[in-house]
Write a protein of this length. Structure first.
Length: 601
């Protein structure tokens, strides 16, 4: 007997009679009802009849959530495949179809009769259980959040009047990732999330590694921008590996020279420390736990002087040659104006508090976000700088007993944490991996954004407990996502290649169950935009440019050492002080307002 027409369980319509007129009537009545004919732990198959595709509500289609009545509960699932049972299609008539559903949870009611969603299933559907296209009330129940830190980031694709909410706490405590093909709206989505995070958590510091210089314009007065010109990062904050990367400029390093640095940098540090305290330079005895990685200042003049002393007292020609080459290498780097942000004369002083205070916003002073514009920084040094910034974000949280909590946002993350472990810069990878693995314990969070998930280090992606997956056309990228998310949500991935711009499937901790949603529209003033090439600039460039200006810019501009000795807040780019337009930011949902109010009481 065909379950599409009965016999049905108690609440179902009566079985189909044999008469033709009655058959038509029953089919009409059953168009929004299906019957479970098979079920395992995660999947169910349902038989039904096709509805009219003229009326928007009256048909079964992939991507819909459906519910199955099981006693008082309704088991919820995602419809991921629909098949017509027969090869022939009868136009305008009911056609038998089979629905494949991935079960995701259950809507139950509590003691007070309130409905709530649980991602566990207490009672699985029995054969013949009735399935419906889900009711709006159930959809709302599934996606609403009782978390006081929940924010509305968009609306459900299935029902645009139901808000899509995510928990800020879960985003920050377990890292998140936004992936999608170029142009799908990743950076804009991240900007929206960051605006909402700063509203909910005003003391949350955010450091954006911005390879396209596009985020400054989005945050107005909330952001503090660090550019190639305003970057202020003393060389002595670098650890040995980072120093080596800077001095060798991406070329293969020479082991003897690295050994010499490892030996002499701690000595230079002790000279600075002791010389400063006693007013004279004197040779120290032990190294007192100071290594080349300890963040205490030293003078390059001392380091080079130590090389000279050693060269003068040596017989070995090889060692002399090594030290001379290393000295020349350091001098060449120091004299390169593109590196003056690191080696300027004022950088020999111990200004660690100023430097960290500025970059990591201590105090916040209304600017919780630091945008690090990477595109103007010499490529040889960008790796080292990114590495220092990520490393310090972690160390600061550790040293401040988690009072300085930073969210590190890695745009184009596949560039500095690539899947191929032999490429990329090892210290940057190590610094980001440390945040991914241990950041949660100290309040350091990671946001990873990439258009090529298959080129991203999978161990980092696997630590991101919330993923916003936007359109991904490439098979290998989709495979990576399949591995990154839990078994129960995999059917949703079938839709990845057909998502619209600004649409995504959100998985993981910050959402109650996988959610196909559309991000809210951000006001133009609050969107990221590249300052180099504007999106709608399709012109073919300028007829004439001042070559001298271009050459000057390539040589590092007009800086002279006097500029470098000026201390203060000049390195902070003056940003537009006009207030960020919040008109496009969603109102705080009433349930969140109530929850917040009750917390304050
Ligand atoms: N939520 C949104 N509100 C308003 N406009 C949006 C939104 N999402 C995307 N857009 C528009 O779509 C375009 C592309 O968005 P965006 O730059 O964020 O894409 P992307 O995925 O980061 O691209 P790429 O990979 O090239 O960096 C932009 O012009 C942006 O203004
Ligand atoms: Mg982008």
């Amino acid at each position: 007997m065909d379950q599409r027409t009965g016999p049905a369980p108690a609440q179902a319509k009566p079985p189909l009679a044999n008469g033709k007129a009655e058959e038509k009537k029953t089919f009409t009545r059953n168009r929004s009802v299906g019957y479970v004919v098979s079920c395992d732990g995660t999947q169910a198959r349902i038989v039904a009849v096709s509805g009219s595709h003229n009326e928007s509500e009256d048909y079964w289609a992939v991507g819909q959530q459906i519910s199955i009545q099981v006693e008082q509960n309704r088991v919820v699932g995602l419809l991921h495949k629909v098949l017509a049972d027969e090869e022939e299609w009868k136009e305008g008539q009911p056609n038998p179809i089979t629905l494949c559903v991935e079960l995701s949870g259950e809507v139950r009611s509590n003691d007070r009769g309130q409905m709530y969603f649980s991602s566990g299933i207490s009672k699985y559907p029995h054969m013949g259980a009735i399935a419906h296209r889900i009711r709006k009330a159930d959809l709302t129940t599934i996606y609403k959040s009782s978390d006081p830190t929940a924010v509305t980031v968009g609306s459900l694709s299935q029902s645009r009047d139901i808000p899509a909410v995510v928990s800020v706490d879960a985003l920050l405590s377990r890292h998140f990732s936004v992936v999608g093909t170029t142009g799908t709206g990743k950076s804009t989505a991240v900007t929206l999330l960051l605006h909402l995070i700063t509203e909910r958590r005003p003391k949350q510091r955010i450091l954006i590694l911005d390879p396209h210089n596009e985020y400054t314009s989005a945050f107005g007065a909330k952001a503090n921008t660090v550019t190639a010109e305003t970057l202020d990062l003393p060389f002595w904050l670098l650890n040995l590996e980072e120093v080596v990367q800077v001095i060798f400029r991406g070329r293969e390093e020479i082991a003897e020279e690295v050994d010499a640095l490892r030996e002499f940098i701690p000595k230079a540090k002790l000279l600075y420390r002791d010389g400063k305290s006693k007013g004279i330079r004197r040779q120290t005895t032990g190294q007192n736990g100071v290594t080349a990685d300890t963040p205490i200042p030293y003078r390059l003049a001392d380091l080079l002087g130590l090389f000279e002393e050693e060269i003068g007292s040596l017989d070995g020609a090889l060692r002399r040659l090594t030290l001379r080459r290393l000295k020349a290498r350091i001098e060449a780097t120091v004299n390169d104006p593109r590196f003056s942000f690191m080696f300027g004369s004022h950088n020999a002083q111990d200004r660690m508090s100023d430097v960290l205070g500025n970059i990591y916003r201590m105090p916040i002073q209304g600017k919780p976000i630091t945008v690090f514009q990477m595109s103007g920084i010499p490529s040889e040094v960008v790796n080292s700088v990114a590495s220092v910034l990520c490393r310090l974000a972690f160390d600061l949280a550790l040293a401040s007993d988690s009072r300085v909590k930073t969210l590190v946002v890695c745009e184009e993350a596949h560039r500095y944490i690539p899947a191929d472990v032999s490429s990329g810069f090892a210290p940057t990878r190590a610094a980001i991996a440390r945040i991914a693995k241990e950041g949660r314990k100290y309040g350091v969070a990671l946001a990873v954004i990439t258009q090529r998930p298959n080129e991203l280090d999978p161990t980092i992606l696997s630590q991101c407990n919330t993923i916003f997956a936007m359109r991904l056309g490439n098979d290998s990228d989709q495979d990576v996502m399949t591995k990154a998310i839990s078994n129960g949500s995999r059917s949703s991935l079938a839709f990845l290649s057909s998502l619209a711009d600004r649409e995504c499937i959100a998985f993981g901790r910050a959402v109650s169950t996988p959610m196909r949603m559309i991000f809210r529209t951000l006001a133009v003033a609050a969107r990221p935009s590249s300052q180099n090439v504007h999106e709608d600039d399709y012109s073919d460039g300028a007829e004439s440019v001042n070559v001298n200006d271009v050459v000057k810019s390539m040589r590092g501009g007009d800086r002279n050492d006097d500029d470098l000795t000026v201390e203060g807040t000049d390195w902070v780019v003056k940003v537009d002080d006009s207030k960020f337009d919040t008109s496009a930011i969603p109102e705080t949902p009433p349930e969140t307002k109530r929850a917040l109010a009750s917390l304050r009481k």
